[in-house]
Design a protein around this ligand. Structure first.
Ligand SMILES: Cc1cc2nc3c(=O)[nH]c(=O)nc-3n(C[C@H](O)[C@H](O)[C@H](O)COP(=O)(O)O)c2cc1C
Length: 188
């Protein structure tokens, strides 16, 4: 083991996901997509996921207005489009049109659309908001889940496909190639 150094405090939780969050609201002309890495599961029941959004983002206003958003899981092939959605603002461009992505109406939400090309879509309704500082936490209850057939097992459970999903590690996208074992592997 090498000696440990003391670093500046930072949000150094690795790995994190990188997802495409789609949103829309009554008084906004087009639906929008924002790349989000500050996303995490907050609760299993009710299923709740939190996203951290900077108030300056166009998407912040949309999600605050509509109180809903959709988390779309991108595949490895979509890393480029995710990055694009995290580089330009919906104030300047229509990201659905520019990325040639398709909006599909959600089942339970009124405004936020799904991204058809992403294999998994989680419809979320905002249940809590918390100003954290640089980012505001929107806690969204998952009210509907959509998944392509080959992402679902015979029992109807979502298959988190490691061959397709990727993670984000301080500014870099990484594939998830190697399984290390099943939960419970430590029981003797
Ligand atoms: C991989 C990646 C992850 C990002 N994660 C976040 C995040 O968690 N929260 C946030 O507010 N912005 C995040 N951003 C920045 C926004 O996606 C970016 O500012 C985007 O252009 C905002 O779009 P909008 O103005 O249309 O909402 C991320 C960008 C990238 C590329």
């Amino acid at each position: 083991m090498s000696e440990k150094l003391i670093l500046e405090p930072g949000p150094h939780l690795y790995p994190v996901p990188a997802v495409m969050v789609s949103c829309a609201a009554e008084n906004v002309s087009s639906s929008n997509i924002i790349a989000i890495a500050w996303a995490g599961v907050l609760c299993s029941s009710p299923p709740t996921i939190g996203i951290g959004v900077t108030p300056a983002r166009h998407s912040h206003r949309i999600i605050a207005d509509s109180e809903e958003f959709v988390i779309n899981l991108p595949t490895r092939e979509q890393v480029d489009v995710l990055d694009y959605c995290g580089t330009v603002s919906g104030r300047d461009v229509d990201k659905f049109a520019e990325s040639r992505l398709t909006e599909v109406a959600a089942q339970k939400l009124q405004w936020a659309p799904l991204i058809e090309e992403c294999p998994v879509n989680l419809e979320c309704r905002v249940v809590r908001r918390l100003d954290m500082g640089s980012h505001e936490l929107f806690a969204g209850e998952v009210v509907a889940v959509h998944a392509e057939e080959d992402w679902v097992d015979d029992a109807g459970n979502l298959l988190p496909r490691a061959d397709q999903l990727f993670a984000f590690l301080r500014g870099r996208y990484h594939a998830l190639d190697e399984e290390l074992g099943r939960r419970g592997l430590s029981s003797r």
